[in-house]
Design a protein around this ligand. Structure first.
Ligand SMILES: Cc1cc2nc3c(=O)[nH]c(=O)nc-3n(C[C@H](O)[C@H](O)[C@H](O)COP(=O)(O)O)c2cc1C
Length: 392
């Protein structure tokens, strides 16, 4: 029998699904509800010592929908509006009511040693299980010299990590930004500075769009906007890439985040190195209730693969990540068209023709492939609206 239980840095997770630091983890009552519904833990909405101004904009969200489904989500939201004391009391309450759930305090302070260390010392005596250092918020905070302004600079990231490690009495994860050229370099800097673990990714800096009637960009805040943080399904490939790149260069535990919307995404993050996963946007769109299907799906999958726990899945795909130079380019795959599904619309023929290769043609009601011209790129299989083309 497989289990979803797993252990990271000595912390027991009853399942590997935790709420990411965000609106679903911004209130004690909400976290209470999420725990009751089955989430394994929560990273609290980022807590500050109180001297960072926190005035929110309206609107603060903008979304990108495809076929009625939210694909990408942008926010320009700031940090927690609860005080440190409210979080301490809340943590105590949650520990009593949900003793087995993992609580992680996400924290951020100005780049001043005492500010970081005092915040950490305050939570050392609390019921939290770990810290997550927010070095990665891409909006609002960088203007104040924190958030992504820290996480894009290896030296400042290392300096603050050292300050924190000097006083922390609980494991410390550093949450990294994808908005850097080389995320592994920042991961290495904080690992060398003593971090116990890593979390990736925070949101991807973005500009959602422009209203073509008014020329006002989105999200519209009285006619203006600022660059925001992109999340949800659209960022999953970026999150996966970042976690994989970190794993290829570090053995530290990773809390994987970024576009996870179902158990499959979670499993993929584990295959490239995540120990457990965090979810934010999917919860904001569909509610805490998604946890049921996530747990069930992952458990069934582990059992179907003969794996005992999420730990057995960890890093499974890492050996298959290579450089372009080392890929085997001798063997080509060719399109195979299922005539029972193909509606002979000819789109694949047009696209192949207009995208360089002209290898497909519609002859006597069948799509035929000219293997002398086909390079096995797979574009036809992706543009087929009926999914009638497989690469074989
Ligand atoms: C509205 C919103 C607010 C967020 N606030 C925080 C925050 O306070 N601290 C933090 O570390 N990350 C914050 N994040 C980032 C998420 O924790 C997460 O890293 C990111 O959204 C990617 O995961 P997802 O695609 O599952 O949303 C926020 C994200 C959103 C959408």
């Amino acid at each position: 029998m497989a289990t979803l239980a797993t252990k990271v840095l000595g912390i027991d997770f009853e399942n590997p699904f935790i709420l990411a630091s965000a609106p679903p983890s911004a209130k004690i009552e909400s976290i209470d509800k999420a725990f009751t519904l089955g989430w394994g833990g929560a990273v609290f909405k980022t807590i500050t010592p109180g001297d960072l101004e926190m005035i929110e904009a309206s609107q603060r969200y903008a979304i990108w929908k495809v076929g009625g489904k939210v694909c990408g989500f942008e926010n320009i939201e700031l940090l927690s509006h609860l005080t440190v004391q409210q979080w301490l009391d809340g943590s105590e309450y949650l520990r009593k009511k949900h003793p087995t759930k993992v609580q992680i305090a996400s924290i951020m302070a100005p780049v001043v040693k005492d500010e970081w260390q005092n915040l950490v010392k305050t939570f050392n005596a609390s019921k939290i299980d770990a810290f997550e250092l927010n070095f990665s918020c891409p909006h609002g905070m960088p203007e104040k010299g924190v958030g992504m302004a820290i996480g894009t600079c290896p030296e400042i990231s290392a300096k603050i990590t050292k300050w924190v490690m000097e006083v922390a009495k609980k494991p410390v994860f550093v949450k990294l930004s994808p908005n850097v050229t080389n995320i592994a370099e920042i991961a290495k800097a904080v690992e060398d500075a003593g971090a116990d673990g890593l979390a990736a990714i925070n949101t991807v800096q973005s500009l959602m769009g422009v209203d073509l009637d008014t020329f006002e960009p989105m999200p519209n805040v009285n006619g203006k906007t600022t660059y925001g943080g992109y999340s949800g399904m659209a960022v999953k490939p970026i999150g996966l890439r970042c976690v994989a790149q970190i794993r290829q260069n570090s053995n530290l535990p990773i809390l994987g985040t970024g576009g996870i919307s179902n158990w499959r995404d979670a499993a993929e993050f584990m295959c490239v190195g995540a120990d457990v996963v965090q979810v934010c946007t999917e919860v904001m769109i569909n509610g805490y209730g998604i946890i049921g299907a996530m747990k069930k799906g992952l458990l069934n999958y582990l059992e179907s693969k003969g794996l005992n726990s999420p730990e057995d899945l960890k890093n499974r795909a890492i050996a298959n990540l290579s450089t372009h130079e080392k890929l085997n380019k001798q063997k080509l795959v060719y399109p195979w068209v299922d005539d029972n599904i193909c509606v002979k619309c000819g789109k694949c023929v047009t696209i192949c023709d207009e995208s360089e290769h002209s290898a497909l043609s519609l002859v006597d009601g069948h799509i035929t492939v000219n293997k002398d011209l086909c390079v096995g790129c797979s574009l036809c299989s992706h543009v087929c609206a009926k999914s009638a083309i497989k690469m074989k």
